[in-house]
Design a protein around this ligand. Structure first.
Ligand SMILES: *Cc1c(COP(=O)(O)O)cnc(C)c1O
Length: 354
């Protein structure tokens, strides 16, 4: 840190991304990426012709992509915002809709970035504890008179709340934005995007990083009332109007055209997830009943950190969180069946030695 960095950033707890070690080839089940490649259409769109246009700025309105997403999901393109990863939408939304006065509430166990943005933008936020069963207590979010931020399904638990509960939260906080982060909704969760047509204070955020196999391209999108979307545009046009590069825009458009392929990929992942739950049970693990592309699991025979370390020594990466509320768990991304079988093989060996 230099002496020039202003005080509030010196003490900031920054987000810690999942590790990407390069020392050996790992079975990578730690950052919830898709094990499947992007669709053929995406591959074709990133052509040398497209690369040759990199001397030109991309379309700051991203109108082709927004129109395609609008059509796919049955919205007007004015209800769609796109960004450089959904993290950027979250950042813009915290900047736009949360402050010391407005405040915010989100679960104490959830996506780590909410707290980081809360700190970064000096938000007076509250972290609502999960119940004993690691579920959200809806009462913590009713009539709070604060911006509400909920990942649904939640991360890293994989558990969902119902669309009815979300509607109650939205209705009970008419003076505040309710942000629902649907990063994992395509793996069997229930989406609340239809509520966007009814309520002007609901913002639903999604990403291409998990269900559309494009974590490396950085693309996120959001649904909201025209007013909320225009608020986000005010932030975007005050920070980085060309926030999505040409290649990512092209890839994102092609991916919408190939939506069927991604639906199939998600179905395969759900199948492997259910198979994996069965295998984990056989191995004596307990897990939360995930609706997402990861499983949050723990064993009475081995602690979360030790299990994570031993898997890593044996070439399998999963994610461990040191927060004491969840430190006996690991979060396992659902990969291909072959990748999961490798995990179970290593787990059997570890448990025999443990
Ligand atoms: C992965 C993830 C994101 C970030 O997605 P990007 O589009 O890659 O920035 C946002 N929210 C949750 C809950 C996530 O798990």
């Amino acid at each position: 840190m230099s002496k020039f960095l202003i005080d509030k950033f010196q003490s900031l707890d920054v987000y810690t991304p999942g590790e990407q070690p390069k020392d050996m080839e790992y079975v990578k089940l730690n950052t919830n990426e898709s094990p499947f490649p992007p669709s053929k259409g995406v591959l074709e769109r990133i052509s040398s012709e497209e690369v040759l246009k990199l001397n030109l700025y991309p379309d700051p309105d991203c109108s082709v992509l927004r129109n395609k997403l609008a059509e796919l999901y049955g919205f007007d393109s004015d209800n769609i915002f796109v960004s450089n990863g959904s993290d950027e939408i979250l950042s813009f939304a915290f900047m736009a809709f949360c402050s010391e006065e407005t405040g915010a509430v989100f679960p104490n166990i959830s996506y780590g970035f909410y707290k980081v943005y809360g700190d970064l933008y000096n938000v007076d936020y509250t972290e609502a504890p999960l119940t004993e069963n690691f579920e959200l207590d809806i009462n913590d979010y009713l009539n709070v008179n604060k911006t509400v931020v909920i990942a649904n399904p939640n991360a890293p638990t994989g558990l969902s709340i119902s669309v009815e509960s979300i509607e109650k939260i939205v209705v009970s906080n008419p003076q505040n934005v309710v942000l629902i982060d649907e990063a994992y909704v395509d793996f069997g969760g229930k989406s609340c995007i239809e509520l966007v047509k009814k309520y002007n204070n609901l913002l639903v955020v999604r990403t291409y990083s998990k269900s559309r196999s494009m974590a490396g391209a950085r693309l996120g999108y959001a649904f909201g009332s025209k007013e909320l979307i225009s608020d986000l545009n005010r932030i975007k046009y005050s920070t980085n109007p060309y926030n999505i590069n040409r290649l990512t825009l092209a890839a994102g458009e092609a991916a919408v055209d190939d939506n069927d392929y991604y639906v199939e990929c998600c179905e395969k992942i759900v199948e492997v997830r259910e198979y994996s739950k069965g295998r984990l049970k056989e191995l004596g693990f307990e897990y939360l009943d995930s609706d997402s592309n990861f499983i949050f699991a723990r064993s009475k025979k081995i602690g979360g950190e030790e299990y994570y370390k031993k898997l890593k020594e044996n070439g399998v990466l999963v994610r461990h969180f040191s927060n004491p509320v969840i430190s006996d768990f690991v979060r396992i991304t659902v990969g291909t069946k072959a990748q999961m079988d490798r995990l179970f093989e290593e787990t059997e060996k570890i448990l025999k030695g443990a």
